[in-house]
Design a protein around this ligand. Structure first.
Ligand SMILES: [Zn+2]
Length: 366
């Protein structure tokens, strides 16, 4: 249950598995975005990914563990993280704009650097938004706005896009790195990761789990799409976590392109949520899913306790990775583990999700 503080540590661990590692492309800091080939030779393939939201680090650790701990005859491809830059932490992300890596221990230091080296685009109590070089940076002091400070700033940016689009205009087509401000979260903390946002050319505030169906796409999304086209997975997983619900868990299923696939998705969802409940995890309530928004006002529909089906048509913002995989390739699941649970427990739930659903997938192809 390793926590990877740098991407180099993760790559070293992946190399140690002895499995073949394929470089798919390179992130803006030059880091390779990699896929690891594990499992057997049977088709269709299984695809596992995590880390497009770098603050959700237990998903990344679970994906790495599964390279060795998903026992199956099927081919397995794992992209352990889709955001090497964000995993490396806020100081690392800031090095892209600064040209050198600063030493950062506090929000005061972050703010001081952004003011001195950058062009300040927006500020209010505790929040600062600046452009440094070709990159945007957001600093968000914890305590000023609630424990889910990062989510709060994200909503603020969406509001700015609607009410004062000129504020975000200099960031169009750029990456914007946010401080996590999650002091109580093992593996993330206040500055231990950088949450990557992408401001689209049209000004939408998006992130690395978007751009799976668009002509313009950041490299991390583009190379993931290329891998999927090559391996055509019969089942796909994207392991996420949520800052909105303590230590609760829910499974995110996707409707399928034909009734047979839909029935298998339903069956795998049921088996998975039962396995999760059996290890004593607390399953989410409707209010957990989107920070208290009534479920009927969201783009999620519940089939049973802890299982929510995402409808990307209701949400907008294009397709996330599992939306895309379900429309083109087959069964697809996302997880959401509450990131205020213990790190080991969160990793275990991520792994158990994949292991449980894959058992049903294997039955299908016996
Ligand atoms: Zn996520």
């Amino acid at each position: 249950m390793q926590i990877y503080h740098t991407y180099g540590e993760l790559l070293a661990k992946v190399e140690k598995t002895g499995q073949s590692v394929q470089v798919l492309g390179h992130a803006p800091d030059g880091s390779p975005v990699v896929a690891v080939r594990a499992g057997g030779d049977k088709l269709p393939a299984i695809f596992i990914s995590a880390g497009s939201h770098s603050t959700e680090h237990a998903g990344v650790s679970a994906a790495v563990e599964l390279i060795e701990q998903l026992h199956t005859d099927h081919q397995v491809y794992v992209i352990p993280t889709r955001d090497p830059v964000g995993l490396g932490g806020y100081a690392h992300a800031l090095s892209l704009g600064l040209g050198e890596t600063p030493v950062l221990d506090s929000f005061a230091q972050v703010e001081e650097i952004l003011r001195r080296e950058g062009e300040v685009l927006y500020e209010d109590e505790g929040r600062l938004l600046a452009l440094v070089g070709d990159y945007g940076y957001a600093s968000n002091r914890p305590g000023t706005h609630t424990h889910d400070a990062q989510w709060g700033f994200y909503l603020k940016l969406q509001e700015l896009q609607k009410t004062r689009p000129e504020v975000l205009a200099p960031l169009r087509g750029r990456r914007l790195y946010m401080t996590p401000a999650q002091a109580g979260v093992e593996g993330t903390g206040d500055l231990g990761r950088a949450y990557t946002l992408i401001i689209s050319l049209e000004g939408e505030v998006l992130h690395l789990n978007r751009f799976h169906d668009t002509l313009w796409a950041p490299v991390e999304s583009r190379v993931t799409r290329q891998l999927l086209a090559r391996i055509r997975p019969g089942i796909s997983f994207d392991i996420h976590e949520s800052q909105l619900m303590g230590d609760h868990y829910w499974l995110s299923a996707r409707h399928q392109k034909n009734p047979e696939d839909e029935a298998w998705e339903q069956r795998a969802a049921r088996a998975t949520i039962q396995a999760i409940a059996e290890v004593g995890a607390t399953l989410a309530e409707d209010g957990d899913v989107l920070g208290g928004v009534p479920i009927e006002q969201t783009w999620f529909r519940k089939s049973e306790k802890g299982v929510y089906w995402l409808d990307a048509n209701l949400r907008g913002e294009g397709l996330n990775l599992m939306d895309f995989a379900s429309r083109i390739y087959g069964m697809a699941f996302g997880t959401e583990m509450g990131m205020y649970g213990s790190f080991a427990h969160r990793v275990r739930l991520g792994m158990l999700t994949v292991q449980s659903a894959v058992k049903v997938f294997e039955e299908r192809y016996q």
